[in-house]
Design a protein around this ligand. Structure first.
Ligand code: DAH
Length: 366
């Protein structure tokens, strides 16, 4: 027991002198660690006679508690000293001048989405959003793409291992079209919405990134026909590109969720190495470029969304927002959109004070 007293005093002395957290930890292990001498002593209690144990147990427990307290106190003292030293040496120079102009810029994708919302609000469209983590019913089935449909394979879908409570497979939405379904299911008809947002596909090169942006459009009402679709797209594209000479060409196509489906091409010419929209694609020096997909909403989709297809018809369209931004503002590599390079953002970004408005022009000066 005298031996215990001595060892304890030695330990307390060493702890009080420990200069840093590592030294302190070594002392803790030496005494209180699994193989530490205090722990070893505690183990001997089991083999003692009851009388012996009654006598020695409190002494050993007392030593253990004193050492643990000493370590905690020393730890606090070391931490305090370290903090005080940092406070004394680290300084922050608050007198540095502010940058001449505010540095933050609005990303071209945000800018274009704001422009779209402004243009379509003027035509009576509301802006809707839906979840990026979707289920395969909203993303595929209700859009007339059943389990075995080949279009599913074309979407390069990112699937989750999970299923939702209804047993539906979870995925990252591959397009904004599921927002069509959600809006019809939640709000019924009539519908007049756009749905901008992020979409995901397992694909990556100069013109494809695993995450990109689309805007969906949906109109559901009585007696809606292809003429309404063409007028709406023409009005939108003229306002967006701020040119009256935008010419569209509607080409028959196929999407499972529209019938008939039309691919929309737009006339352009190359000026100083850059594609500039305007004029017929058949005019000299001009060509057509494919811009977006659209069509009359398939009556099966209207049924899936719980509406009566003999009463309600409509049109839908989907277009890449990044693509619209590149065409309007002249970037040529999609990947730069997602690099977060401050110089690119300074060059192509927009002033936060430059809100797109129809009266001031939706194309804020870059
Ligand atoms: N969802 C299609 C895609 O991502 C684009 C699209 C085509 C949307 C035609 C539509 C549409 O609403 O009618 O490739």
């Amino acid at each position: 027991m005298d031996d215990l007293q001595t060892r304890k005093d030695d330990a307390l002395e060493a702890i009080a002198a420990a200069a840093n957290p590592d030294a302190l930890e070594a002392l803790r292990v030496e005494a209180l660690g699994k193989q530490g001498w205090v722990s070893q002593l505690l183990k001997t209690l089991g083999k003692m006679t009851p009388e012996e144990r009654t006598e020695k147990a409190p002494v050993i427990q007392q030593a253990r508690a004193e050492i643990a307290d000493a370590i905690a106190a020393r730890k606090q003292a070391i931490d305090d000293a370290e903090l005080n030293e940092r406070l004394a040496t680290e300084t922050l120079d608050l007198s540095l001048p502010a940058p001449e102009t505010p540095r933050g810029t609005v990303h071209p994708v945000s800018q274009v989405m704001d422009e779209l919302a402004e243009i379509f609000a003027d035509l009576g469209f509301a802006v809707k959003t839906g979840p990026e983590v979707e289920d395969d019913w909203h993303n595929f089935t209700a859009l007339n793409m059943p389990e075995s449909h080949p279009a599913r394979a074309m979407h390069d879908t990112f699937y989750f291992p999970d299923h939702d409570d209804d047993g539906r497979r979870m995925l990252l939405r591959t397009h904004t079209s599921p927002v069509q379904i959600r809006t019809m299911v939640n709000e019924g008809a009539p519908v007049r919405i756009i749905a901008p947002g992020r979409v995901y596909r397992s694909d990556s090169d100069a013109t494809h990134t695993p995450m990109f942006h689309q805007v969906e459009g949906l109109v559901i009402d009585r007696d809606i026909h292809l003429g309404h679709l063409k007028w709406t797209l023409e009005t939108f594209l003229k306002a967006f590109f701020e040119r009256d000479d935008i010419v569209l060409r509607l080409r028959p196509s196929y999407f499972p969720f529209t019938e008939p489906s039309v691919e929309v091409d737009v006339g352009f010419e190359v000026v100083k190495g850059r594609r500039v929209l305007g004029g017929s694609g058949d005019a000299p020096g001009h060509a057509w470029m494919e811009l977006l997909g659209s069509g009359m909403v398939n009556r099966r989709v209207i049924e899936f969304a719980g509406l009566e297809p003999d009463e309600w018809q409509g049109f839908a369209f989907g277009v890449g927002v990044d693509r619209l931004a590149m065409l309007k503002y002249g970037m040529d590599d999609l990947r730069a959109f997602f690099d977060g390079d401050i110089r690119w953002l300074q060059h192509y970004g927009f002033s936060p004070f430059d809100q797109p408005t129809l009266s001031a022009g939706v194309g804020a000066s870059a």
